[in-house]
Write a protein that binds this ligand. Sequence first.
Ligand code: ADP
Ligand code: ADP
Length: 226
Amino acid sequence: EAILEVSGLTKIYPDGTLAVDDIDFSVQDGDFCVIIGPSGCGKSTTLHSLVGKVEVTEGTVELDGEDITDAKTHDRDIGLVFQDFQLFPHLNVEENIRYGLERLELPSSEIDQRVDEIIETMKLSGNRDRDPTELSAGQKQRVALARSLVLEPKLLLLDEPLGDMDYKLQKHMEEELLRIHREFDTTFVYVTHDQTQAMRLADQVVVMNDGKVEQAESVNRTYNSP
Ligand code: ADP
Ligand code: ADP
């Protein structure tokens, strides 16, 4: 069953740049979808269209059968993890994770429980009172993931999340992402220009080039668990 259905998506920026040119693809519920392609091919524009940060010129985006093309970002039930994390520097780790939850009007006991669970799962127990500025890149990444996943989005988008990390940390975080993807039973859409990384992570690869989708197919991931 498709959780995400993108049809005829087109984005022309105000300066006339055709960034995304009439693309179609769908993502199955629970898949780890990786969008790959060279710099400037339209990956970020596509991702930002899904999350409502870019106003699409044409086409539709359906999430779980619902047309969300014109929905507000915070009404979309889609999480986004940025390459540079974008944590709130004036809030500690736990407060960063709580921030979005507290706007959902849940009972405080449920908020506490969800925060405790995600801190455990993301191995952040020793860092809950620390400021993001004190954390390593890998730890910041975990906080960014926790902050999104605690809201239990239908879809989690990841924009080159390992792009700025050295090779060893990258490999480690790849394993972590696969573990998290399994444990949360959620759908990931992950953007990278790194083809070998895509093959290690993906159930499905969407190949973009020059604003178009050249190929969209299921693959067998090549990752060898230790
Ligand atoms: P990628 O993420 O694959 O590097 P982008 O989606 O960032 O690709 O960019 C696709 C094309 O759109 C590029 O030619 C880029 O320069 C252009 N572009 C991106 N953002 C804007 C913008 N805000 N205004 C004009 N052109 C843009
Ligand atoms: P990415 O490929 O990850 O989007 P970029 O460095 O290409 O990173 O873009 C960073 C920011 O600049 C984005 O917000 C993007 O929309 C904007 N941008 C990229 N290309 C252009 C462009 N040609 N004109 C205007 N803004 C652009």
